[in-house]
Design a protein around this ligand. Sequence first.
Ligand SMILES: Cc1cc2nc3c(=O)[nH]c(=O)nc-3n(C[C@H](O)[C@H](O)[C@H](O)COP(=O)(O)OP(=O)(O)OC[C@H]3O[C@@H](n4cnc5c(N)ncnc54)[C@H](O)[C@@H]3O)c2cc1C
Length: 422
Amino acid sequence: MTKFNAWNVFKNGLNGQTGWSRQWRDPEPKSSYDAVIVGGGLHGLATAYYLAKHHNMHNIAVLEKGWIGGGNAGRNTTIVRSNYMMPGNREFYEHTLQLWENLSHDLNYNVMFSQRAHVVLIHSPGALDAYARRYNTMKLTGSDGELWSLEKLKKKIPHLNYDNGRFPILGAIVQPRAGNARHDSAVWGYARAADSLGVDILQNCEVTGITRKNGSIESLQTTRGNIKGKKIGFAVAGHTSVLWQMAELGNLPIESHKLQAFVTEAVKPLLDCVLIFGPGGAAHFYISQSDKGSMVFGGELDWYKSYAQRGNLPTVKENGECAMAIMPCLGKLRLLRHWAGVMDMSMDGSFFMCKTPLDNLYLNAGWNYGGFKASPASGWYFADLIANERPHKVIENHNLERFEKGINLDERGIGPDPKMHG
Ligand SMILES: Cc1cc2nc3c(=O)[nH]c(=O)nc-3n(C[C@H](O)[C@H](O)[C@H](O)COP(=O)(O)OP(=O)(O)OC[C@H]3O[C@@H](n4cnc5c(N)ncnc54)[C@H](O)[C@@H]3O)c2cc1C
């Protein structure tokens, strides 16, 4: 595969860009692999990459029912942060942020990670106390965080609606190292790097059935034939329950909900950070500006269970109202596109990465609305779990038994419904 470097960019600039090789192969499926990862989103691709890179496994396949990155990986609002307080999530998300910081170099692919800061507006003294505790914990445990006064916030982002009676703005809590990355680039970067280490990426390869034998998965029926795997990982996000039932394992504590994203026409530079409005209150809204100039934003789930990758109109209205409430100048922009992805909402707001009742099956799921930022560490720890057949200490409580033990991993994970932590 041709490496991306200054010399090759220069050379191909002279020869009409004819010297680049394919970014990844399009191989025929083999009948068996040492590891099969179901799901060609970011979590599946990252897992395959780290299995090959760190655990010396090269006979690996990623099975994707459509095209890689066609699921949530290519549909999200690309916010990357590590502002978690509770043990288990705190270390995990700080690790993921560190992986993002070096990802373009590691993959030899520009994932356009932009550390433009994640700015959370504070609307009440209670929220200020809660966030101060959270961000102080982050600082004490090796991450970064700042408290901005109202004066500083006004200087940094002058065009917010500071006269909002319902949501008065008292200041902001900020993670400067957080920001955005380009979702497609991350998908293609992981795919290309995994392929170069021998991973077979099999697109249009849907798992349609599962055969079990002696407490293990014997083979996967797919639209491209039967495929066996010594070890099998599920990383199918919103479709986890479907695969779980295919394996006759019953129900999971996961509901599939829809989350929408919105993109406006492009404008000149307007917002140079990720801005969060109304968290923990009656509104929840996040917005940033893409490299092309579009305003990219989103808010709450659509709040009904579905596998459809499209959203409903009341949510469009709600997001429009939030946009107008915090940045009235957005009212002049035209909305170009909106779409939805299928979220795998767990009941306590945290993910699952664990062994399962079947010997050779491993589970990666429950990413809620925050799995984009998680993807590098998700791949890292899931590969570690699959290769070593035991959970790393950081993810040891991210299992299906945590509800029986009353382990709380997320500061807002107060169940019993995803709406309680949405
Ligand atoms: C609108 C929106 C905004 C979001 N914003 C953010 C954000 O700002 N920050 C953040 O961190 N996260 C965000 N998320 C969440 C994040 O996108 C997801 O948590 C994450 O992408 C899920 O992991 P994934 O990339 O592996 O999932 P996916 O890309 O969905 O990958 C799963 C893959 O499995 C495949 N699959 C399913 N069933 C089968 C089968 N039977 N056989 C083979 N393949 C199968 C699917 O086709 C899919 O490609 C957002 C999500 C949405 C929808």
